[in-house]
Write a protein that binds this ligand. Structure first.
Ligand code: GLN
Length: 536
């Protein structure tokens, strides 16, 4: 029977529930359990796909094409197993499902209410992942903070779920903050006591408290928290600030979070945790033998969370190369023909980021012109790839005012164009080309060499595509389409001949890089940047 773990948060947001959930899952996985993590987001949007990255950070896309919260990226990067649409549920989706059922007449004339209808739908979504026997343990992270109006139906659903599934089959981990008051020179437990009291008011006694802190928790503090919050002392877990998120599984291991969880769920210690490769990764991460500076040119650079998967991919790929990748964020809006050299010189590689809309588009073109002409390693992702096609069209093929029709619908040379089926689309949410698509790699190409195979599958999130009317011209001039969608001939990868590393990918490789499996394009981009740095 599947066991369920709920992770709630108290005192404040941003305590790192996603990382704690992923770390616990990692430990349980390393002991031979099959684990997945699910996140409930208490907002009304159906999914974060229509949210501005400034609001919400990156939108993470799953294999099955769901646009989801960036925490799912952490889950996949830690566990090296894919998530799906069922792993991220919002209040909007819960309500939409219930309202659709109401329209279908499913409630047989009853008044539809938060309790029981919304809470039932929440419980149904908790169970979905546990039902098909694929997982031994499902961890459900509840977004928001206990006490928020929006979180209430979720807390109530968890209370009911626990009662229905019986003791030993589920547990609640409450993540909280133990602030340090410098003036008093003390760690303070009162906010934690209050947030546990609030959970108790809603009928939930947490089983384990994970206490985020800047200073170690003494035995006395642990005892005090245990006494006032009604938990065992060994269920008070210290979560001290770490230098990298990848340290957290080992910190949790030291605190024996996994053992406490297994005991409370009445699960056997199948095996001791096998974390050898994780430790090896950490060893390399912390002992780089080289350093490169890579520019990330994008329009949301003030908020690095907007590029979370890209920066994590650099950590994985850098570690594989025993190289520290220093990512320098460059606002594309500020790049001009005049200042591009000044702003970009000294970098060992440039990544042009995904994005939407006109702002910063011309700056991205400037960046690409500079790296193409100066043989600096270049990696373009999605919009970054499209920009490389536009740049090459304008400056090499001499296609005056070539553009993407997203930026200039009247361009005489629409080298990037909207797909036919996209032209009919009216609704914005969930209607892009989303999720995994196959791609065939051209024999002898750099891409085929990097991947070491001829057919790959990568995840997408875009509406515009390379315009195949121009394919031959590009090929003849040296920007070669080396990755092609076998079903519809769409260009998925372009690479430049006679350049140390110039690759544009229409898909999002960053969504598939994990600690166990760094992405081959990132590994080789970092390696090319290292080679460039050495030559300098
Ligand atoms: N705006 C572009 C498109 O829709 C690129 C999207 C992206 O970079 N994810 O095709």
């Amino acid at each position: 029977m599947t066991k369920y773990i709920f992770v709630t948060g108290g005192v404040t947001s941003s305590l790192g529930k996603g990382i704690i959930s992923a770390s616990l899952a990692k430990l349980l996985q390393s002991r031979g359990y099959r684990v997945t993590i699910q996140k409930f987001d208490p907002y009304i949007n159906i999914d974060p796909g229509t949210l501005n990255p400034y609001e919400h950070g990156e939108c993470y896309v799953t294999e099955d094409g769901a646009e989801t919260d960036l925490d799912l990226g952490h889950y996949e990067r830690f566990l090296n197993t894919p998530t799906s649409r069922a792993n991220n549920i919002t209040t909007g989706r819960i309500y939409q499902n219930v309202i659709n059922m109401e329209r279908e007449g499913a409630f047989l004339g009853k008044t539809v209410q938060v309790v029981p209808h919304i809470t039932d739908e929440i419980k149904r979504n908790i169970r979905i992942l546990g039902e098909n026997g694929e997982f031994d343990i499902v961890i459900t992270e509840l977004g928001g903070t206990v006490g928020d109006i929006e979180s209430l139906p979720y807390i109530e659903a968890v209370r009911q779920f626990r009662w229905e599934t019986g003791s030993g089959n589920s547990l609640v981990i409450h993540l909280t903050l133990i602030p340090f008051l410098a003036a008093a020179g003390e760690l303070k437990t009162k906010p934690t006591q209050h947030s546990v009291k609030m959970l108790l008011e809603y009928g939930i006694q947490p089983d384990i408290l994970v206490c985020r802190t800047e200073h170690p928790l003494s035995t006395d503090i642990r005892k005090k928290i245990a006494l006032f919050c009604n938990v065992n002392v060994n269920a008070v877990i210290e979560s001290i600030d770490a230098s990298t998120i990848y340290d957290v599984p080992l910190l949790m291991l030291k605190e024996q979070l996994d053992k406490t969880v297994l005991a409370k769920l009445k699960l056997p210690h199948k095996s001791e945790p096998d974390l050898e490769s994780w430790k090896e990764f950490l060893g390399r991460l912390k002992n780089p033998t080289f350093e490169v500076r890579i520019g990330l040119v994008g329009k949301y650079v003030e908020l690095p969370d907007a590029y979370k998967s890209i920066t994590e991919s650099f950590i994985h790929a850098g570690t594989r190369n025993e190289c520290k990748v220093k990512v320098e964020y460059i606002p594309s809006e500020q790049l001009t023909t005049e200042n591009a050299v000044e702003r970009l010189k000294g970098l060992h590689g440039v990544l042009v980021a995904p994005g939407f809309g006109e702002r910063g588009f011309e700056g991205k073109i400037e960046a690409i012109r500079y790296v193409r002409e100066n043989n600096i390693p270049f990696f373009g992702i999605c919009l970054g790839m499209q920009c490389s096609v536009v740049e090459f069209g304008r400056h090499v093929l001499g296609l005056k005012d070539a553009s993407s029709t997203e930026m200039n619908s009247a361009t005489p040379h629409p080298v990037i164009n909207m797909m036919e089926e996209q032209k009919k689309v009216v609704n914005k949410g969930g209607t892009m080309r989303l999720g995994a698509y196959a791609c065939d790699l051209k024999k002898g190409s750099k891409a085929a060499n990097y991947y070491g195979k001829s057919r790959i599958s990568e995840r997408h999130r875009h509406r515009y595509e390379f315009n195949n009317d121009y394919l031959k011209d590009y090929e003849n001039a040296g920007l070669i389409p080396t990755g092609i969608n076998p079903e519809n001939n769409l260009v998925e990868i372009v690479e430049l001949k006679n350049h140390p590393f110039f690759i544009g990918a229409q898909f999002h490789p960053e969504l598939k890089s994990t600690v166990a499996n760094p992405h081959p394009l990132f590994i080789n981009f970092v390696a090319a940047s290292m080679a460039y740095a050495r030559k300098k």
